[in-house]
Design a protein. Sequence first.
Lengths: 117, 117
Amino acid sequence: KQEVTQIPAALSVPEGENLVLNCSFTDSAIYNLQWFRQDPGKGLTSLLLIQSSQREQTSGRLNASLDKSSGRSTLYIAASQPGDSATYLCAVKNPQLTQAGSYQLTFGKGTKLSVIP
Amino acid sequence: DAGITQSPRHKVTETGTPVTLRCHQTENHRYMYWYRQDPGHGLRLIHYSYGVKDTDKGEVSDGYSVSRSKTEDFLLTLESATSSQTSVYFCAISESGLAGGPLYEQYFGPGTRLTVT
């Protein structure tokens, strides 16, 4: 059974600092990995999706990398801002088909990021 | 933002009462999902739908049923609510449940906070 771990569970950094969030998964045979942002009391916003054949994806100040063989992904945030404060979740799409012929996501528990002004 | 709404946004109910949560989408996506989010567990899939009247169970489906009579609506029913079902419930949609690129990203609604007393 796929397990996704995010360490640390919480992180506090001063504004302007570059930072890295970590995601690891136990079954390397994934199809893709998705990073989400969740603000308090809100739903999840998709940030980046990396296909299993890709090594990284970039969007603005965010860069996500994927190393399938080692079962790891990182989300790099450059020049952090107070508005980046949120919980960041990673999720992997697993290779096991469900009865209906679909592939499902397994989520990590998230890293709560606080960027201090 | 993807056009996904959930109703109600907050609900308090008593043990043993039936509860129905609604997810409505305006994106005409084929796949719809219900997740629950609990501290220490992350997001877990309850049920999902791969078309009108087509549904399948997820990881934590016991005590829940779903229905989808129209493309845009996916209902989650707790037949007899229990305190263990106190949680935040999220609906998500995707164009496809299969592995692939941006078409297969999941987009999330704002969530429903359910408290069972």
